[in-house]
Design a protein around this ligand. Structure first.
Ligand code: UD1
Ligand code: CA
Length: 452
């Protein structure tokens, strides 16, 4: 069996994006464009993958991590020049699949089909083409008597070629020997003075070796993102694809247009997603939940029958039958139990909240461990920061925290203890006790306002 290797080009600057960030790092939903291309390459069980980096390579490498093989293209002299940087990676008698890092919508099934056709037709190179309404910007596939002749880049087209609406998708597979020979003979004699990878196909054809064309079934998949407008188009396509997958699995999405779900998100049956939600990262949501409207949930595990309205939840865990929001903010590393109520304008950070606890309004709970059946009055604040260090607040089961209590951490409210409304608690409160700390007697200055 010939090895299948993948080379992904990600060296270009992406001038047309008008951005400080290298093009392939722009995000389609919660992932970078190149991430999707790498995932598709992994999904077809390629023997090896290499990414060509160049422009802002350090940033690209930092994002992609050290598990990936790289070659550095010092100057961006074209897509053919980029592949030349990987010559030592290309061995004899292999199949080399080349992908561009700016085509995030590519599907694994399509790549598998390309490999199949390439082998079956015994081609030396096979390119995926696509018929589009507006070919502007893409390389055109020129055929002679129906078979591959050459690819002409937009900037090099004559009037006749410019009208061709069969375009080069930028997805190719090569016989490694043919590719190497062609790269050695590549010139940059064109309007952009670049070494075009697209020219290698013509060179291969000219040596009498067969170049095949696989016409794509679905041209949406090959959108090359060169501008912010095209990025928005890619996001739209990816979003619809992911939303459809969830709807097919029994999830109700009321308004798919305004629902943004990342590719790694898992959602259980009969969960309803109301309009305006962004659900991303490694989030899992159980069955029968109601999410939204307008919730942002990132990398959080949510069990069954949970409701989250108009709230932000980051890197946390929420157990079944709990309700969150409207307007709650659950910050990272929070663990919330079953049947808990996190109400309006409540912020939870780095805390555990055990079952049946109610934190209904206007409260901040940070760096705290809260037991079961605790009731928070409106306006409670855990005072966790002394200006230098963070301290924990412990509230044991069945405690009752009066409205507007300040809990100066480190502090412990023991089981079944209460605090009086308006208290500032600086000392631990023993089991079953009521702690009150506020002026002893209310003073009423009679007729105070009438004398003025
Ligand atoms: C390319 C194709 C065009 C095709 C289109 C499909 C060539 C010459 N043209 O055009 O036929 O229709 O893609 O989307 O290949 N890159 C490098 N180093 C370089 C230049 C580019 O790594 O020196 C990388 C870029 O980062 C990008 C990819 O190659 O990921 C494609 O480059 P881009 O400039 O976007 O090519 P297009 O003009 O879109
Ligand atoms: Ca492109």
């Amino acid at each position: 069996m010939n090895k299948l290797k993948v080379i992904i080009l990600a060296g270009g600057q992406g001038t047309r994006m008008k951005s400080k960030i290298p093009k392939v790092l722009h995000k389609v939903l919660d992932r970078t464009m190149i991430d999707y291309v790498i995932e598709a390459s992994n999904d077809i069980n390629a023997d090896d993958i290499m990414v060509i980096v160049g422009h802002q390579s350090a940033m690209v490498k930092a994002v992609l991590g050290s598990d990936i093989k790289y070659r550095y293209q010092k100057q961006q002299l074209g897509t053919g020049h980029a592949v030349m940087q990987a010559l030592d990676f290309i061995e004899d008698d292999e199949n080399i699949l080349i992908l561009y890092g700016d085509t995030p919508l590519i599907k694994k099934e399509t790549l598998e089909k390309l490999v199949r056709i390439h082998k079956k037709e015994r081609n030396y190179a096979t390119v995926i083409s696509s018929y589009v309404d507006n070919p502007t910007g893409y390389g055109r596939i020129v055929r002679e008597n129906g078979i591959f002749d050459k690819i002409v880049e937009q900037k090099d087209t004559n009037d006749r070629e410019a009208k061709i609406n069969e375009i080069n998708t930028g997805v190719y597979i090569f016989n490694s020997n043919a590719l190497k020979t062609a790269l050695n003979n590549l010139s940059n004699n064109n309007s952009q003075n670049e070494y075009y990878l697209t020219d290698t196909l013509e060179l291969i054809k000219n040596t009498g070796n067969k170049v095949g064309i696989m016409v794509a079934d679905d041209n949406e998949e090959f959108l090359g993102v060169n501008s912010k407008y095209e990025l928005a188009t890619a996001i739209k396509v990816m979003k619809n694809r992911i939303n459809k997958h969830h709807m097919d699995n029994g999830i109700t999405i009321e308004d798919p247009d305004s629902t943004y779900i990342g590719k790694d998100v898992v959602i259980g049956e009969d969960t309803v997603i109301l309009p305006g939600c962004i659900i991303e990262g490694k989030t899992t949501i159980g069955s029968d939940c109601i999410i939204g409207p307008y919730a942002r949930i990132t990398s959080t595990e949510i069990k069954d029958c949970v409701n989250i309205a108009q709230s932000t939840v980051l890197s946390s865990y929420i157990n079944s039958y709990t309700t969150v929001g409207p307007y709650a903010y659950i910050r990272p590393n929070s663990k919330i139990g079953e049947h808990v109520k996190i109400g309006d304008f409540v912020e939870i950070k780095n805390s555990t909240i055990d079952d049946n606890t109610k934190i209904s309004h206007l409260t901040y709970v940070g760096d705290s461990d809260v037991g079961k059946n605790v009731n928070f009055g409106c306006g409670t604040v855990t005072v966790n920061y002394d200006g230098k260090h963070k301290h924990r607040t412990i509230i044991e089961d069945d405690a009752f925290i009066g409205c507007n209590t300040n809990l100066i951490a480190p502090v412990r409210i023991e089981k079944n203890a209460s605090t009086g409304a308006g208290s500032t608690i600086t000392k631990d409160v023993p089991q079953n006790a009521l702690a009150i700390s506020r002026v002893k007697d209310q003073v009423n200055k009679l007729d105070y306002n009438t004398k003025k």
